[in-house]
Design a protein around this ligand. Structure first.
Ligand code: ZN
Length: 231
């Protein structure tokens, strides 16, 4: 039920092929690829050329998160570079439905991402009809070194209720400083696709992935890391 997605932004690309083999063996579900344009968000992320290099080194599905102003023009190139799922930001599109329809026309899964300040009310039924996954940002997108926004917990729980009443079991993805400390709580609140970057790629990746997987196997039971951290 729970899916773990590893964000590659903080990875050391000198060892990309080797790292991807390690990730695959350790058992993550998706490779999460952050595409950024320096306009919708201040940073630059992974581009199609690097995506192609990653594609040639792993069979894992690509979960592409487009933090890009008006992503429609780039969707064909991102599909060509190997995307399996493509998520666009509600805030970045003049016509977000058009983007979602385009992604599905390419036979890919379509996601809609909401920034922390964007209310859930923007997700009307017409939009949800076109969506396979709703992606909630739990930090501001494209800005490094931020903390998890605590108010996200309530938002995740509300969204889970809303999605289940629309289409039971619909994917709810969270992205933004998901760590050993927060992943259990976020999963208990209702998220089922968990994106983690730094907490997985720093140090021993295999061990990090194993620990997060363990937490996700029984998030209802709480997790030892929360207790250790006193949070
Ligand atoms: Zn992302």
């Amino acid at each position: 039920m729970y899916k773990l997605a590893i964000s590659l932004l903080e990875m050391d690309y000198r060892f990309l092929e080797q790292s991807l083999k390690e990730i695959e063996a350790a058992g993550v579900d998706y490779v999460h690829i952050d595409v950024m344009d320096g306009a919708f968000v201040p940073s630059l992320g992974i581009g199609p050329k690097l995506m192609e290099r990653i594609r040639s080194s792993t069979e894992l599905p690509f979960d592409v998160h487009m933090m890009v102003q008006e992503p429609l023009r780039l969707i064909p190139r991102i599909v060509q570079a190997g995307a399996d799922m493509i998520t666009v930001h509600y805030e970045a599109c003049e016509d977000v439905k058009k983007n979602l329809v385009c992604i599905r026309e390419y036979g890919r899964r379509a996601g809609i991402a909401l920034n922390p300040e964007t209310p859930l009310e923007v997700l009307n039924e017409e939009l949800l009809e076109q969506v396979d996954v709703v992606h909630l940002m739990t930090t501001c997108p494209g800005v490094e070194g931020q903390s998890f926004i605590p108010e996200s917990m309530e938002k995740i729980a509300l969204l889970r209720k809303r999605l289940d009443s629309f289409r039971p079991g619909m994917d709810l993805e969270v992205d933004g400083n998901i760590t050993m400390k927060s992943i259990g709580r976020v999963a208990r609140a209702g998220a089922n696709v968990l994106v983690s970057g730094r907490a997985l790629v720093q140090g021993n990746m295999t061990e990090n992935i194993r620990q997060m997987r363990n937490i996700l196997q029984s998030p209802e039971g709480g997790n030892v890391y929360e207790v250790c951290a006193g949070s």
